[in-house]
Design a protein around this ligand. Structure first.
Ligand code: E4P
Length: 217
């Protein structure tokens, strides 16, 4: 499963990119606002930090303006992936852009039928929001299972990008279902490294090693 980080925080991206485990980045208008940075400038910086797809979202609601915005955004770098909302205009834009060889991430997906539409529109990625789904009394992971089944039934190439990830259990469940990608805030990715027995084990080994009085270097 590919790991994307869901942030526009340059330092957080730099730190995770250094682990070699980062396959891409997703941003959205709220994350850009949170960063306090200029959208195009920060997107260009992010694109230099990772080789994989960097999602940059259009903010227009009509197809013609979405295309104009996409034109500006895709010129920033070769790894820009245009993010469009799951609307009629968004999917028209998706079809046009993927037809021209530009990666497209269709966002704000909350049903398997919507995911089916996005795949038919040639989306590179579909982003079902599991956390927001859970918040509203549904099971986000049921949605991922349904999309996996449908995409496999028809061998759609669209990658399932599990979004709105809130905790490490979401990551585990997404991997068990066979989602292609997950995007999570930096904290959730850091939490994946943690286990109380790992920490306890290191503590024990360090104590015993100190008792030997030896040094490797
Ligand atoms: C995905 O691309 C979105 O940016 C993101 O996962 C939304 O997450 P949220 O529901 O925590 O805002």
């Amino acid at each position: 499963m590919k790991f994307f980080v869901d942030t526009a925080d340059i330092e957080a991206i730099r730190e995770l990119a250094a682990t070699g485990l980062l396959d891409g980045v997703t941003t959205n208008p709220s994350l850009i606002a949170k960063s306090g940075r200029d959208f195009k400038e920060v997107t260009a910086e992010i694109c230099k930090l990772v080789d994989g797809p960097v999602s940059a979202e259009v903010v227009a609601l009509d197809h013609a303006t979405m295309m104009k915005e996409a034109e500006v955004l895709r010129k920033i770098a070769d790894n820009v992936c245009i993010k469009v909302p799951l609307t009629v205009d968004g999917l028209k834009t998706c079809k046009a852009l993927t037809g021209e060889g530009t990666m497209v991430n269709v966002t704000l997906c909350f049903s398997a039928n919507q995911a089916l539409l996005a795949a038919k529109a040639g989306a590179s990625f579909i982003s079902p929001f599991v956390g927001r789904h859970d918040d509203n009394g549904f099971d986000g992971m049921d949605l991922i299972e349904d999309i996996r089944l449908i995409y496999d039934n028809y061998s759609f190439a669209t990658e399932i990008l599990v979004a709105s990830v809130r905790h490490t259990t979401h990551v585990l469940q997404a991997a068990k279902i066979g989602a292609d990608v997950m995007t999570a805030p930096p904290k959730v990715i850091h939490d994946l490294f943690k286990h109380v027995l790992t920490e306890k084990g290191i503590e024990g080994f360090m104590k015993d090693w100190a008792g030997t009085g030896q040094s490797i270097l």
